[in-house]
Design a protein around this ligand. Structure first.
Ligand code: ADP
Ligand code: MG
Length: 312
């Protein structure tokens, strides 16, 4: 006890000796490569790949399971965005957003890996096709996505890639937003982010102004939420997926529909159809999310209130 008291006194007198400097091995966000035991691949998107590992410093199988994301290919520009993605996730703290746990930067500090909590039920897109979701569960998940998004917007970030493939399932009553690979910060006073590089963009989830002018805003996330809600209500059915549906709406056999054709459809104005068992009020919400005018679209705050009322 005396030693502990002495140590505390020394630290009070020398505030710049922080515990992390005196005890470098105990920083819980530093993960050591040698203790990460690979279990299985969890999935991959356009930019990253995610693998399940057991982090087992005791080397007796008692460690924790973590999801580890790494960049698929490492070139200069991508790794700059990658560091941004890690720092954004690190700054977020919300029950409906996947939790950042730390980084693994060994091997010369070149390939940084992002360590996050592991969500055992995987992506919402896969979950939807495996389980038969009732309407109450659909609406509960939709509201939780809005809650995570409201927090993200409150922090002045736009997600830009909201879709069922980027929502993760913890258990039958909890979903979280994952994948902040395209997230951008919107400085106070500005209203949109204009993309310059145009890589692999999830066009079927994009609002009309994103397709036409590459303008991304808080309200373009609302449009993507409408498409995500559509995915939930069609229970991830492949032949009703947004790309498939837009193809059918185009009316010609040979897919895939081009961005120019998609813009023409949306300007008619055509929209994705009402899913089979979709209640009228929910259909109304979806259509409001897809208003041509950004100012006509609801905010996540008002969507949460509306879901609360519908779910009563
Ligand atoms: P990308 O940026 O390449 O799209 P994502 O972050 O979307 O990568 O991850 C790709 C897939 O990996 C997801 O669709 C999901 O199936 C799986 N995945 C990602 N993070 C986790 C996690 N924390 N727990 C479980 N599965 C995950
Ligand atoms: Mg993804």
């Amino acid at each position: 006890h005396t030693v502990l008291r002495d140590l505390t006194e020394i630290m009070i007198k020398n505030p710049d000796i922080s515990p992390s400097e005196t005890l470098p091995k105990t920083d819980p966000s530093v993960y050591h490569k040698r203790y990460l035991k690979k279990m299985r691949d969890l999935g991959q998107g356009h930019f990253g790949m995610v693998t399940l590992y057991l982090y087992d410093p005791a080397n007796d199988g008692t460690g924790e399971r973590v999801a580890v994301k790494s960049l698929k290919q490492d070139n200069g520009q991508a790794s700059e965005c990658w560091i941004k993605e890690i720092n954004i996730l690190k700054s977020l703290d919300n029950i409906n957003i996947v939790k950042y746990k730390g980084c693994c930067t060994e091997l010369g500090g070149q390939a940084v890996q992002l360590i996050m909590e592991y969500l055992p039920l995987g992506s919402l897109k896969e979950y939807l096709t495996k389980r038969k979701l009732g309407m109450p569960q659909c609406l509960m998940f939709a509201q939780q996505i809005c809650q995570g998004m409201e927090y993200l917007h409150f922090k002045r970030y736009i997600h830009r890639d909201l879709a069922a493939r980027n929502v993760l399932v913890e258990n039958d009553s909890l979903v979280k937003i994952g994948d902040f690979g395209l997230t951008k910060y919107i400085p106070d006073g500005e209203i949109y982010y204009q993309v310059r590089e145009d890589g692999d963009s999830p066009v079927f989830w994009y609002a009309i102004e994103c397709l036409k002018e590459s303008k991304f805003s808080f309200s373009s996330d609302i449009w993507s939420f409408g498409v995500t809600l559509y995915e939930i209500l069609t229970r991830g059915e492949l032949h009703q997926s947004p790309p498939e549906m837009y193809n059918i709406m185009k009316g010609e056999k040979q897919p895939p529909i081009t961005v120019v054709e998609l813009i023409a459809l949306l300007e008619k104005p055509r929209r994705l159809p009402r899913p089979k068992d979709c209640p009228h009020e929910v259909k109304m919400l979806m259509e409001q999310c897809w208003a041509a005018e950004t100012a006509q679209r609801p905010s996540f705050k008002s969507l949460i209130e509306k879901f609360e009322a519908i779910r009563q």
